[in-house]
Design a protein around this ligand. Structure first.
Ligand SMILES: [Cu+2]
Length: 137
């Protein structure tokens, strides 16, 4: 009676140890190798200020998209409002060049950048809507 019990107990403990051993090394061995590899691309993709080389900006869901664009001097940038609510394209600060009227749905605003620099702008109706145009020589 004793011997079978002892063997059974050893077998159960052994199985549990195998199950634990199978689980924990898998977690600890995959986590360090997968985390750096997955963090690098996801952090660069999710960076909100990653500049996009385009001359069109859409205004949608109360946001400019992309929020940061890069153009060369002489480029005409077009903003299109896709929201039902009106938005403006207005330079941050008084001296900025962007100064649109309120754009209704489907309206566009165009501006040709003649100077290099970083031009941040916002919607005056919804000042939390901010974005940037970087103009390169
Ligand atoms: Cu707005």
């Amino acid at each position: 009676m004793r011997k079978p019990r002892g063997i059974w107990e050893i077998a159960v403990v052994g199985l549990a140890a195998v199950a634990l051993a199978a689980c924990s090394p898998a977690q600890s061995s995959t986590a360090p190798s997968s985390m750096p590899g997955m963090d690098m691309p996801s952090s660069s993709q999710s960076a909100p200020d990653a500049p996009v080389a385009t001359n069109t900006v859409s205004i949608k869901n109360f946001a400019f998209a992309p929020t940061t664009i890069t153009v060369k001097v002489g480029t005409t940038v077009t903003w299109t409002n896709s929201d039902q609510d009106p938005h403006t394209v207005t330079s941050d600060g008084k001296s900025g060049p962007l100064n649109s009227k309120p754009l209704n749905q489907g309206d566009t605003y165009q501006y040709t950048f003649t100077q290099a620099g970083t031009f941040s702008y916002l919607c005056t109706i919804h000042p939390f809507m901010t974005a940037t145009v970087t103009v390169t020589p």
